[in-house]
Design a protein around this ligand. Structure first.
Ligand code: S3P
Length: 167
């Protein structure tokens, strides 16, 4: 049997999946893995470059494979890129796993990521784009989640503790 991740973290970019994921992994005494890092390592270029060079659909195809391999090859804490849940097959693969959705509201998202040019989906008018992105994705995050942890106004330590409590 393939290994199964102990905990999968989903949620929008900038919500703190990597910071909280690393803390959770340490507390649980397991490894941490992040599909964005896997993609950068495998492709030898940054995510933003893949978006610019090949476009979002090509990135999503690469991401789908990266998520598939990580889900089948990791027993610790696994963080998925914020858009990974757009793919229906990926959502199906998450069924039955312990999936924690780290949520935040739009204002918190703008505050945390507003001016971050490295995030290709937020290049112009971050508030409008965040609103659209959350509207399009919130129900998808919820549909795969076995627990939801709100991060608004909380430190990463508090979020990690809330996620542990929710497991
Ligand atoms: C994306 C989120 C990013 C990265 C890419 C697209 C998205 O991952 O995969 O920029 O569509 O929300 P993080 O959530 O790890 O920042």
């Amino acid at each position: 049997m393939s290994p199964v991740p102990l905990v999968v973290l989903v949620g929008p970019m900038g919500v703190g999946k990597s910071t909280v994921g690393r803390m959770l992994a340490e507390r649980l005494g397991v490894g941490y893995r992040d599909t964005d890092d896997d993609i950068v390592a495998e492709q030898g270029r940054e995510i933003a470059e893949i978006f610019v060079d090949e476009g979002e659909p090509a990135f999503r195809a690469i991401e789908k494979q990266a998520v598939r391999s990580a889900l089948a090859g990791h027993e610790g804490v696994l963080a998925l890129g914020g858009g990974a849940i757009l793919d229906e097959d990926t959502r199906g693969l998450l069924a039955g796993l312990r999936v924690v959705y780290l949520s935040m509201d739009v204002e918190e998202a703008v505050k945390r990521t507003g001016l971050n040019a490295a995030r290709p989906l937020l290049a112009v008018n971050p508030r409008k784009q965040w609103r659209e992105l959350m509207e399009a994705r919130r129900h998808l995050y919820e549909s795969v989640a076995s627990a939801v942890v709100a991060t608004d106004g909380r430190t990463p330590e508090e979020v990690a503790q809330a996620a542990l409590d929710a497991l």
